[in-house]
Design a protein around this ligand. Structure first.
Ligand SMILES: [Zn+2]
Length: 281
C-alpha cells in the first residue's frame, strides 16, 4: 500500500519535471514545481534548500563588485519570495528540518528554509516587511558583538523579529574563523557564550548555530553539540540534508537575480526525487 502510493507520487513528480516550465512560471497560476510528494523520508537524502541572505537593500552607485555579488534588492527578494509562493514551495523552520532528520517526521512538499546572516540592520528594514507579506518565517543568525553597533540589528530589533514570528540563531560572538582558534575556552565563549547571551536577553531558546565563514571541523561540531544547539548550518552546498549532517547542514548563497535563484533552488529540491526523476544539472 505504502509502496504503491509512493510509486504513484514519484511518477507524478517525474511527469511534472519532464513537462513543466523549468525556470520561470508561465503564469502565476501554473506551478513550475509540483507539490507532489506529501512527505520526505528521513531515511534518504532530503532536497531541502537552506537559502542564506546577507544584504537585502537597494543598490547604491558606490557599491563595489564584492557588495554587488551578494546584495539582493528588495524587488528581487520580493520576486524570489513570490516565486516560492507561486510554485508550491513551503517555507519551513530549522526546527521542522531538525525534527524530520532526527525523528523522521513529515515535511510538507517542496520545503525550503530561509536564513539571514551577520545581523545587518538593512535586513530588518527591507527583508522583514516582505517576509511578513508572504507570512514566511526565517532565521536571523547574529554574532553578538555586533548587536547595537551602527548598521547592525539592535536588541530591540531582535525582540521585534521574534514578535514577528522570526527565529534568532547564533553566529558566534565575534565572527572568527573558529577552526583557527586553538584555545578551548575562547572557542567555548564564541559558541556557548553567544548562546547564553542571546537566550538571557531574548528569553527564548537559541537552538541553531551557523559557522562564521562556513568554517568548521569535527572539534567545532563537537563543541556546538555540547553547547546544546539542536543543529548547525554548514558551508555551501555539499549535497542534500541527511541525519549525519545535522551539524553541517548544506546551504546555498542567495542569488541576486531570479533566474539563477530558480535554477539553484530547483537543482537542490530535485534531490528529494528518485534519481531517475532528477533533472539534469
Ligand atoms: Zn557571517
Amino acid at each position: 500500500m505504502r509502496r504503491s502510493t509512493s510509486i504513484i507520487l514519484a511518477a507524478a513528480s517525474c511527469a511534472v519535471v519532464a513537462g513543466g516550465a523549468f525556470f520561470m512560471p508561465q503564469s502565476s497560476a501554473r506551478p513550475a514545481v509540483r507539490s507532489a510528494p506529501a512527505t520526505v523520508s528521513a531515511a534518504r537524502e532530503m532536497g531541502v534548500p537552506i537559502i542564506v541572505y546577507h544584504v537585502v537593500r537597494p543598490s547604491y552607485p558606490s557599491d563595489d563588485a564584492a557588495v554587488r555579488a551578494i546584495a539582493v534588492t528588495p524587488e528581487t527578494f520580493d520576486a524570489e519570495m513570490r516565486y516560492l509562493r507561486d510554485t508550491g514551495y513551503h517555507v519551513i523552520r530549522f526546527s521542522d528540518l531538525e525534527s524530520a532528520l532526527r525523528g523522521g517526521t513529515a515535511l510538507p512538499s517542496n520545503p525550503v528554509v530561509l536564513s539571514f546572516d551577520d545581523g545587518w540592520h538593512d535586513q530588518f528594514v527591507y527583508a522583514l516587511p516582505i517576509l511578513e507579506k508572504y507570512h514566511y518565517p526565517a532565521t536571523f543568525f547574529v554574532f553578538t558583538n555586533s548587536i547595537g553597533r551602527p548598521g547592525f540589528l539592535s536588541w530591540s530589533d531582535l525582540h521585534a523579529l521574534i514578535a514577528a514570528g522570526m527565529t534568532i540563531g547564533s553566529h558566534s560572538r565575534s565572527h572568527p574563523f573558529l577552526t583557527r582558534i586553538p584555545d578551548q575556552a575562547t572557542l567555548w565563549q564564541e559558541i556557548h557564550g553567544s548562546k547564553l547571551l542571546l537566550e538571557s536577553d531574548l528569553g527564548v531558546p537559541v537552538n541553531e548555530f551557523a559557522y562564521p565563514f562556513g568554517a568548521y571541523d569535527s572539534r567545532i561540531i563537537g563543541m556546538v553539540e555540547a553547547a546544546g544547539y539542536r543543529s548547525a548550518r554548514g558551508d555551501y552546498f555539499t549535497g542534500g540534508q541527511t541525519p549525519a549532517k545535522l551539524y553541517a547542514l548544506s546551504a546555498m548563497n542567495a542569488k541576486t537575480a531570479l533566474r539563477p535563484f530558480v535554477q539553484k533552488l530547483r537543482g537542490i529540491s530535485a534531490l528529494a526525487l528518485p534519481l531517475s526523476c532528477r533533472p539534469a544539472r
